[in-house]
Design a protein around this ligand. Sequence first.
Ligand code: DX5
Ligand code: ZN
Length: 230
Amino acid sequence: MKTGTDKNEIIVAPSILSADFTRLKEALDTIKDAGGDWVHTDVMDGHFVPNLTIGPPVIKSMRKQTDMFIDVHLMIEKPELLLNDFIEAGADMITVHAEACTHLNRTLQVIREAGIKAGVALNPATPLNVLDYVLELVDMVLIMTVNPGFGGQKYIPQMTEKIKALRERLNRSCPNVLLQIDGGISTNNITEVTAAGANVIVAGSAFFNAPDKSRFVSELREKSAFIGKI
Ligand code: DX5
Ligand code: ZN
């Protein structure tokens, strides 16, 4: 299982948000067979974002059906109230939004203490300085490249500068922290975002709409400019 310890490889994380939710097992197998590395799992509460998806029971069922790395992206208010449920359900990584946490430091500590990986996500308009005092507590920073809530939106071009700025900062202070991007990623912009420094790539609609999903994943890797960069 790839967890990002090899700095020269990108991690491809197809998002099940664009899957048919009545056929999740098939979607998990499709991601594995296509050569995806992680299963990106979008949890939405209808408050933090204007959409509702799944919760811990579904993740628990997914855990029984796959040995893939389950990357849980929590787009929910007060994530601290449900952390233990997501941990017990079998998440391998939990990413919380900085905007949704009153006590971000404590929340990240709880995730880490459970022995799983911790991530912090930033909405497009949130500046990087919210990371100032928490970078040591995270395994990954997620830069949202669309406003969260829905699949199939367009990449926000201003995010390329944000990815670059974060990559420079991570290279200086904590090069092992992964830089994930999420929203509007396809084979058309993979070179741009990886050249800027992203190394964990979420793709929802582009993956599930691809007629040949293995080909899609290979193309993401081939067009990636991150390889050999650091
Ligand atoms: C959006 C979600 C994404 C979504 C991305 O709020 O966080 O993970 O699945 O979908 P695409 O790749 O279609 O933009
Ligand atoms: Zn997501």
